[in-house]
Design a binder for this molecule. Structure first.
Ligand code: DC
Length: 235
């Protein structure tokens, strides 16, 4: 079967990573969580006095230190998924805190940060057989991706999912607090100057409000099978 690039974009907490991970496992592809990369840079900024919790950012310090920030992924054979490393440390847990969520929009809107992360993403995905999820994958990082999905879900369902994710890490917030964060990030992601979140014209919309992970996987695998069939019949 021809190896392809799968780009999954959409708003926060629309279940992008769930389907991305399931697809990567099923197809034996690499999974690149691009949101985790921006979260890692944010964590670095918070830990190293580049940014305080009130979103004040020392731009000069960030520009000086950007080249020292190394983000990559390693496959965990137990969890069977890739985990995020910041300068050699596994930060998979630390990047998912509300602190990081509240500050990541600011960091991810910085041109130089995006240039560095996009270059890394293109390098990691250059051999295809890869699933990437984020905000600008189909529109900017891999505009030639063979399959582009744009995920959406009901706002209440999204907030509940994020609430469950936080509580599974021992962090407890009200649905209102979560909704505030999601709304703000949606606004920031769609209104920033650099590579804002937009649906690529050729992206297929997948509303997963009422779909199980298995339903979604079946839907996407069928799309891929149909694409491959179309290719074979044209070739
Ligand atoms: O997918 P996530 O919620 O973990 O992403 C964290 C933040 O990173 C999100 O608020 C927007 C930003 N992001 C981005 O700007 N571009 C991407 N390709 C992925 C994420």
């Amino acid at each position: 079967m021809t190896k392809i690039t799968i780009a999954i974009d959409g708003y926060s907490s629309c279940g992008k990573s769930t389907i991305a991970k399931a697809l990567a496992q099923k197809l034996n592809y690499s999974y690149i969580d691009t949101g985790a990369m921006y979260r890692s840079v944010t964590l670095y900024c918070l830990r190293n006095g580049i940014m305080d919790k009130k979103h004040h950012l020392d731009m000069d310090k960030l520009m000086k230190e950007l080249e020292n920030i190394v983000v990559d992924f390693k496959f965990n054979t137990h969890t069977k998924t890739s985990e995020t490393y910041l300068n050699g440390e596994n930060v998979e847990h630390d990047i998912r805190t509300m602190d990081v969520s509240n500050n990541v929009s600011k960091v991810s809107s910085i041109k130089e940060v995006r240039e560095k992360m996009v270059a890394l993403q293109r390098e990691m995905g250059k051999h295809k057989a890869v699933v990437l999820d984020g905000r600008d994958i189909g529109s900017n990082v891999f505009p030639d991706a063979e399959l582009k999905l744009f995920m959406t879900a009901d706002p209440d369902v999204r907030a509940q999912r994020r609430m469950d994710e936080y509580s599974s890490h021992g962090q407890y917030f009200t649905k209102e607090e979560i909704k505030l964060n999601l709304n703000k990030r949606d606004y920031d992601d769609t209104h920033r100057k650099e590579n804002p979140l937009t649906r690529a014209k050729d992206a297929i919309i997948l509303d997963n409000s009422d779909l199980s992970k298995e339903d979604q996987l079946e839907f996407v695998l069928k799309l891929i099978a149909d694409m491959q069939l179309t290719k074979d019949s044209v070739a």
